[in-house]
Design a binder for this molecule. Structure first.
Ligand code: GTP
Ligand code: MG
Length: 362
């Protein structure tokens, strides 16, 4: 049996890993062969899985922990995607605070499963806004110093660095970012794309399907600074259902927006931040709203908003925050109560988890 190709996509919270994987899979399904996505993250009820499903690409999920620590599961999923879905190329992201998959995942597969899985370049997505933190201007975007280190560390792990969101840059700006990356991580190739506008995707697909991994020796085992960076972050996942108390139709786009704005204000009041807050809401016949906020200082971005008013909606919230877990859980509760009162909604919560990466007893 021909080995199938597998690629890990790493990169900072909100850099565009999921958007890039969807753009790549759509392109490669038409030009290369069946390409599948594994959505990986800590915790359950992942917005990224729901969003990827709406693209029509084959997607499966490894939830509740980084792929680094569930290699048997990774191998099972790869075999299933190959045998049942006929996938010839599979890509998986890792949580946006993650480093270490080169060591844990690539080296394990190379050592134990080289006959079944070939390794495509270990690809790190970076977005210009966050890159400014480590560029000469050392931009302060209200994230702790520990996360600046995490961003640098992620780049060093790469076989390939992808500068995403180039639609937001002029040609001169793009050239300056590329120049910076060439000095920050010399010898690592850099490709420029816009996952949103789908530019540079053909070149990226060509690169990852024709090259392999250098399988560098790069490990974060016993890296105390990396642990300190992780410890800055809290993961929050919730699934809930909103229903108009009077059974009338409501502008649910406004509800989503107000809910995110309430959370933003709660975080600002407490001088905290959220490197990525994502919501995915659905109602009737596949109508959906997908929103992202990559920090309290940024605008909400929508992949799509509801096309019609609705009487109810199911909603998932995923937040990766720089905020202690208990106040974060409380401020989301307050935000939900506030919008329910404002719009005359009943809310039923089916699932909530909230954990600091270094919380005692976790
Ligand atoms: N302007 C622009 N925005 C983009 C691009 N790619 C992604 N985004 C936006 O950036 C935000 C984050 O994108 P995601 O693909 O969810 O990022 P991610 O790295 O998967 O995030 P996590 O999985 O939470 O770490 C979303 O609002 C996207 O729409 C791009 O090429 N250009
Ligand atoms: Mg993602």
């Amino acid at each position: 049996m021909e080995p199938i190709k597998f690629m890990v996509v790493s990169g900072f919270l909100g850099a565009g890993k999921t958007t890039t994987m969807i753009a790549l899979a759509e392109h490669m399904n038409a030009t290369y062969g069946e390409t599948a996505i594994i959505a990986n993250d800590l915790g359950a009820n992942l917005v990224d899985t729901s969003l990827t499903q709406t693209s029509g690409c084959t997607v499966t999920e490894i939830a509740s922990g980084c792929i680094c620590y569930q290699m048997d599961n990774v191998v099972d999923q790869l075999r299933r995607l190959r045998d049942k879905d006929r996938a010839v190329f599979v890509m998986s992201d890792i949580p946006g605070c993650g480093v270490g998959a080169l060591d844990h995942v690539y080296h394990t597969l190379a050592r134990e499963h080289a006959d079944e899985f070939q390794l495509a370049p270990f690809t790190v997505i970076t977005d210009p806004e966050r890159l400014r933190m480590i560029m000469p201007e050392k931009a302060d975007i209200n994230l702790p110093e520990e996360l600046v280190y995490l961003l640098q560390l992620q780049l060093e792990e790469a076989d390939l660095v992808v500068l995403n969101k180039c639609d937001l840059l002029t040609d001169e700006e793009q050239a300056r970012y590329v120049e910076f990356l060439k000095t920050a991580v010399p010898d690592i190739p850099v490709l420029c794309i816009s996952a949103r506008e789908k530019t540079g995707i053909a070149e990226l697909a060509d690169f990852i399907t024709t090259r392999g991994s250098a399988l560098k020796n790069f490990s974060v085992r016993d890296n105390h600074e990396f642990e300190q960076a992780e410890a800055k972050l809290t993961w929050y996942n919730r699934r809930m259902y909103f229903k108009a108390a009077d059974d009338g139709k409501i502008d649910m786009n406004a509800v989503v927006e107000d809910l995110i704005e309430e959370i933003r204000m709660g975080l600002i009041e407490r001088k905290r931040n959220v490197p990525h807050l994502k919501t995915f809401a659905t109602s009737g016949n596949g109508d959906f709203n997908k929103a992202s906020l990559i920090g309290v200082d940024y605008d909400i971005e929508y992949e799509q908003q509801f096309l019609r008013d609705h009487k109810n909606m199911r909603m998932i919230i995923n937040a990766r925050a720089v905020c202690e877990s208990r106040p974060l859980a409380r401020l989301v509760d307050d935000a939900v109560d506030e919008v329910c009162e404002r719009y005359g909604l009943d809310c039923q919560v089916f699932f909530t988890e909230c954990f600091g990466m270094a919380d005692e007893g976790r």
